[in-house]
Design a protein around this ligand. Sequence first.
Ligand code: IPM
Ligand code: MG
Length: 356
Amino acid sequence: MKIAVLPGDGIGTEIVAEAVKVLNVLGLKFEMEQALVGGAAYEAHGHPLPESTLKLAKEADAVLFGAVGDWKYDKLDRPLRPEQAILGLRKNLGLFANFRPAICYEQLVGASSLKPELIAGLDILIIRELTGDIYFGQPRGRRVATDGHFPGAEEAFDTMRYSRPEIERIAHVAFQAARKRSKKVTSVDKANVLETFQFWKDVVTEVHAQYPDVELQHMYVDNAAMQLVKAPKAFDVVVTGNMFGDILSDEASMLTGSIGMLPSASLNTKSQGLYEPSHGSAPDIAGKGVANPLATILSAAMMLRFSLNQAEAADRIEAAVNKVLSQGLRTADIYSEGTTRVGTREMGEAVVKALG
Ligand code: IPM
Ligand code: MG
């Protein structure tokens, strides 16, 4: 089992180090190889996703990823910006299925900005299509408009598009995931306005015919954004496109109180996967030792379950995380009165200890 470890930028290096400690005490044999990615790779090699890093990621069974990005790179040409590293990995490894669970830990109910009764027991799985849509659609660029409201004016454009096979495969992923949960899928679209998403809705409906045991509901994305804060527990599996999934998964993560708790998995057809916390590089707190490593540690658990066939080890990690929360240990992002504030390293070490 080979794991490519790509800590990246900002708090990425601090949180990944804790996840690596946890992986090392499981008594399993992995080969772990580390490489630069994002701004760190740009500094060292002039590119956010150097050939050598991409090669390592392709050869590995799984990639453990921290985070990329820093405001100081915002002025670089787009192909050199840190974000291109994660987009490039998704594209080159074909990581089309992104799992973003939003789980509200019982111990953290108070950390949510919503009323406790709305989110206690919350357990949503957002499945975001990750290699299509307006993120990757061509053509895109800048030009002088020849039509529209202001012919002759400078304009920019992107292309939203989805092919049938792209929609079919993510729909299958969603229905199969729902079979292992409460057998309910909400497909989020904008079929009332967009051709791409009318097609999305039609194809998801067709695929659903193969899953009569699963309930399918369609919802427009604006309504979904509203329902997520109104009655989040009404959702179970949510499947949607790349762009809507980006937005709704951030919204869903906040229902739980802390984005610092949420792992994610991005899988291809071969079960190779990239595992990363749902949060970003947080340059404002980088290097201070205060970031929450639990999302990354939980991402390592997802990695064991989905790509490395070690479900038991994944269960152990998740139980250990529950245990440290029950012990009252909290990083700054989830701290509340009456609990014990700890730093990144102390939290990682507490998980290691809880593994026994
Ligand atoms: C995410 C992030 C990325 C995305 C950025 C960093 C390119 O927001 O993983 O949700 O937009 O997909
Ligand atoms: Mg995002």
